[in-house]
Design a protein around this ligand. Structure first.
Ligand SMILES: Nc1nc2c(ncn2[C@@H]2O[C@H](COP(=O)(O)OP(=O)(O)OP(=O)(O)O)[C@@H](O)[C@H]2O)c(=O)[nH]1
Ligand SMILES: [Zn+2]
Length: 335
C-alpha cells in the first residue's frame, strides 16, 4: 500500500531546531533571482492565492516543486506575473521550511494525512456551549493535534447566551488552557477586544464543528472588506465538498496577526499522531515518567506515573487529563 501521507509532504519535517543549521535550506537558484516572497492565503484545487507585498496574486505550483504540498500559511517564493491583475497566473517555485504543521486525517482509519495549516503558532478550538452540543471528545482530539504540532491551544466557547460555560470549563481546568467565552448577543467591544488580545501578534488556526459560530466570530474580528472574501471562498471550497480541506487566512486589523479559518469539521482524525509527544504538554508530569518501562504509552498498567502521582508529586486531575487525551487515540462511535 502506498503511504500517501509520508510522501506527499516529504518536506514537512516537524519542528526539530537542532537539524536546522544556519545555512538557509533553500538557496536561491539563479533562474529565480527575481522571485518575490509570498504568504499563502488559501489553496483551492491547485490554485494558490498569496499575498505578495500588497497584492493578492494567484499562482500555480511550479513543476519543479514536484509533490511538495503548498498549504495556507506557507511562506513561498513566486515568479512570473505578480501584478495581481485578473486572469494572471504566477508560479510558486519554493516553499520555506515550516515552523509548524497542523495535520488531520478525515478519520483514524484514513492513512491520508492532510496538512491543514502551516506556520501557525496557536490553535483556537471553537466550541458552542449549545446548539450544537459541546463534544468534549472532539475538543480533546483537537488538543492532542495542537500538542503534537507544537501549537498553543486556546479554547473559545461560543453561544454563552444559550448555556453556561461552567461544566465544560471544569473539565478543562486541570489542563490550564487559556479560554474565552463569547456570545454574539454581547459582541460588544469588550468581548471582541478580549479575543483580539489573545490573538495579537500570532497566527491562529481556528477549528471547530460546523455551526459553532466560527464565521460569526471571525467576522467580528476582521475588517468588512475581508469578510466578503470569506464568503466568496467558502462558496467555492466550503463544507459539503468531500475530502477537500480548504482554509483561508485573514489579517487582523493593524497587522495584529492572522486568523486562519478552516471549514467546519465533523471529526479530527489522529491517525498520524505520535502519542508519545502528548506528554510534552505536561511538563509537570514528565519527571514522573523516569521510572516507566521502555516505550511506555503512559496509559498502561506498568506506567510509573500512577505511583508517582499517588506519592503526591502532581495533581491526580492532571494525570487523569493526560490519560483522557491519550485515550482519544482509540476511535469511538461519533468521533
Ligand atoms: N445563540 C447564538 N447563536 C449564535 C452565536 N454565534 C453564532 N450563532 C448562530 O449560529 C449559527 C452558525 O453560525 P456560523 O458562524 O455560521 O457557524 P460556523 O461555525 O461558521 O459554521 P460552518 O460555516 O458550518 O463551519 C448561525 O445561525 C449564527 O447566527 C451566539 O453567540 N449565540
Ligand atoms: Zn508511563
Amino acid at each position: 500500500m502506498r503511504r500517501y501521507g509520508k510522501h506527499t509532504d516529504e518536506d514537512d519535517v516537524r519542528v526539530r531546531p537542532s537539524r536546522r543549521g544556519s545555512r538557509p535550506r533553500t538557496h536561491r537558484r539563479p533562474a529565480h533571482e527575481d522571485a518575490e516572497e509570498g504568504f499563502v492565503l488559501t489553496v483551492d484545487r491547485g490554485r494558490i492565492t498569496c499575498l505578495v507585498g500588497e497584492r493578492t496574486v494567484t499562482a500555480m505550483k511550479a513543476r519543479e516543486l514536484g509533490r511538495k504540498s503548498v498549504v495556507v500559511g506557507d511562506r513561498v517564493a513566486v515568479v512570473g506575473d505578480l501584478s495581481g491583475l485578473k486572469d494572471t497566473l504566477a508560479r510558486v517555485v519554493r516553499v520555506a521550511e515550516r515552523t509548524s504543521t497542523l495535520r488531520r486525517t478525515a478519520d483514524d482509519d484514513d492513512p491520508f494525512e492532510r496538512v491543514v495549516v502551516a506556520n501557525a503558532d496557536q490553535l483556537a478550538i471553537v466550541t458552542a456551549l449549545a446548539d450544537p452540543e459541546p463534544r468534549p471528545r472532539l475538543i480533546d482530539r483537537c488538543l492532542v493535534a495542537a500538542f503534537d504540532a507544537g501549537l498553543d491551544p486556546l479554547l473559545i466557547l461560543t453561544k454563552s447566551d444559550l448555556a453556561p460555560p461552567g461544566p465544560l470549563l471544569e473539565t478543562y481546568a486541570p489542563l490550564g488552557i487559556r479560554h474565552v467565552v463569547t456570545s454574539h448577543e454581547e459582541f460588544d467591544e469588550e468581548s471582541v477586544a478580549r479575543v483580539r488580545d489573545l490573538l495579537a501578534g500570532r497566527t491562529t488556526a481556528f477549528v471547530g464543528h460546523s455551526g459553532v459560530g466560527k464565521t460569526t466570530l471571525v467576522n467580528a474580528l476582521v475588517p468588512p472588506e475581508r469578510q466578503r472574501a470569506t464568503g466568496a471562498v467558502n462558496a467555492v471550497t466550503g463544507r459539503g465538498r468531500h475530502t477537500t480541506v480548504s482554509a483561508l487566512a485573514l489579517p487582523l486589523p493593524g497587522g495584529a496577526g492572522w486568523v486562519i479559518d478552516t471549514p467546519g469539521v465533523r471529526s479530527f482524525g489522529l491517525h498520524h499522531i505520535d502519542p508519545s509527544r502528548v506528554i510534552h504538554a505536561f511538563p509537570d508530569l514528565k519527571p514522573g515518567t523516569a521510572g516507566c518501562p521502555r516505550a511506555c504509552s503512559h496509559d498502561e498498567p506498568d506506567c510509573a506515573l500512577d505511583g508517582w502521582v499517588a506519592a503526591g508529586h502532581a495533581e491526580p486531575a492532571r494525570l487523569y487529563s493526560l490519560r483522557r487525551l491519550l485515550a482519544t487515540r482509540e476511535r469511538r462511535e461519533g468521533d
